[in-house]
Design a protein. Structure first.
Length: 492
């Protein structure tokens, strides 16, 4: 059984999705989806342990050896991402049953779990596969499920947000498919490992430059990098809260994984960072993303919109780390990828608890909630401190390594700009704190009860993780460092 874990990681949620139709009762469907996601989480833990102990795992589908057959390839980077995605999915699902009661019509609850498991299977498949066409297939599975999940909300604006995401996402997927076609035309292979050996032979052809350009633009649309981020604010704001918590912590992280995987493992470091001015372009766009999105977040009156723009800024930090082009810079990106997943899932899940009680995410509705919903608001405050990068939170750890990477590279002005970007985060987090703790409750809302335990438990599991991994950094740093070194070909 252990030998088949790479395929089980993907096939279990993929086959479980249609099985939900057999379970008629909403409670049974929720329990089934939770067990499936929990199984994927346990499998990811086992795979990470195996990879750290024994090295990369190669799994041949149907007994066909690569490059002739499809290969699932789990290395340190993919095992790290599998752990993040499956862990967040499981914790978020704990709150799903109660959250969707008010935000999704009852006749669509089973559909929600089917789409959720399909989206999870798609993201896990993208990470596990070693075949570039399979990447596209799983990308479509996860994306189509995500579009539908966003549209499930009762707010009619969710339909427009889903449509926007559909258009932008389809353009991105088309660009990625064109890139895959051009690479196949030049090499005759779809296996990533085989491509990495064959592409250097055609490195100076215009076809490969075109393939690289199409891929970069396509994946940057998917990860919502500034200025290709226009689909994200509305998608996060009008989707059901549980969908926002899931996608904000996972979807963009998988897109960043694709960016790292293809530029480092498929096209190669020398081509990606030497043949093309990728480093300079990404550094500028990353810094612009931090400042433009953080400034936009300050002026938002809807808290979901506020944290959506914050996500674009945090993606900017990851892009800056990636653009440095060193092991420490990439390690900082991978650390922030892990840490941001913890921050945003905690924040959006806590926002879901607020919406469950007051039915609104408008900042004005947060007046006095610090006293009426103390545990929920405390979770939002801790998540906000982590966004800022306050010591003893995960946000501090990744920003510390990001600044360290810029200083090691002699980029002192960039280090200063990163610190200034964090100051902007203080402003928009303070707006929430000021409204919740220093203003009287709105008379129109009346007395508000604390969120139910079904919400508070998963929220505080994520908040505790934000603090724990900000203090005990052995797991996150060890795995991020090992993954970064392996991508650069540095012996641990």
């Amino acid at each position: 059984m252990l030998a088949h874990l790479p395929i089980l990681q993907v096939i279990v949620p993929l086959l479980a999705a249609p099985f939900c139709l057999i379970l008629r009762r909403a409670l049974l469907v929720w329990l089934f989806a939770l067990i499936v996601s929990g199984s994927a989480f346990l499998i990811s833990i086992t795979l990470l342990q195996q990879v750290l102990a024994s090295g990369t795992i190669s799994y041949d589908l149907g007994g066909w050896s690569p490059p002739w057959g499809i290969e699932y390839r789990i290395d340190k980077l993919s095992a790290y991402l599998l752990l993040i995605i499956s862990a967040i999915s499981t914790v978020v699902l704990l709150a799903a049953r109660i959250s969707i009661q008010k935000e999704i019509p009852a006749d669509r609850h089973t559909l929600f779990y089917i789409l959720y498991l399909l989206s999870l299977a798609g993201m896990l498949g993208i990470i596990a596969t070693g075949d570039i066409f399979n990447v596209f297939v799983f990308l479509e599975i996860s994306s189509l499920s995500a579009y539908s999940l966003i549209a499930l909300g009762k707010d009619r604006r969710a339909l427009w947000a889903s449509y926007q995401y559909l258009i932008m996402g389809t353009i991105g997927a088309t660009f990625i498919l064109i890139s895959i076609g051009l690479m196949y035309q030049m090499t005759g292979t779809l296996n990533m490992e085989d491509l990495s050996r064959r592409l250097p032979e055609v490195a100076q052809t215009r076809t490969l430059f075109a393939a690289f350009a199409f891929f970069i633009v396509g994946v940057c649309l998917k990860l919502a990098m500034f200025p290709l981020h226009l689909w994200l604010p509305n998608a996060y704001s009008y989707a059901p809260s549980i969908v926002t918590a899931f996608l904000a912590a996972t979807a963009t992280k998988v897109a960043i994984y694709l960016l790292i995987r293809f530029t480092f493992s498929v096209f190669g470091i020398s081509f990606s960072f030497t043949a093309l001015p990728l480093q300079t372009i990404f550094l500028l766009l990353g810094l612009l993303g931090i400042f433009v999105a953080s400034t936009a977040a300050i002026y938002q009156e809807n808290v979901k919109h506020l944290f959506a723009y914050s996500s674009i800024a945090q993606i900017g930090y990851m892009i800056v780390g990636y653009s440095i082009g060193t092991t420490t810079g990439l390690m900082a990106t991978l650390l922030h990828l892990f840490n941001h997943a913890l921050m945003k899932s905690a924040l959006f899940l806590a926002l879901g608890a607020v919406i469950y009680r007051i039915g609104s995410a408008q900042l004005s509705a947060f007046q006095g909630l610090g006293r009426q919903m103390p545990f929920t608001m405390a979770a939002i405050v801790v998540g906000g401190l982590s966004l800022i990068g306050v010591p003893l939170t995960v946000g501090f750890v990744s920003k510390w390594y990001l600044i360290l990477a810029t200083i090691e590279n002699g980029w002192w002005p960039v280090a200063v700009l990163i610190l200034l970007g964090s100051l902007l985060a203080i402003v928009y987090v303070w707006r929430i704190v000021e409204t919740a703790y220093f203003k009287e409750p709105a008379a129109s809302i009346g007395q508000v009860k604390e969120a139910p335990l079904a919400f508070l438990v998963p929220v505080w599991v994520l908040v505790a993780a934000n603090i724990y991994f900000g203090i005990d950094t052995r797991l996150s740093i060890q795995v991020a460092q090992a993954a970064s070194q392996s991508l650069f070909g540095v012996a641990p």
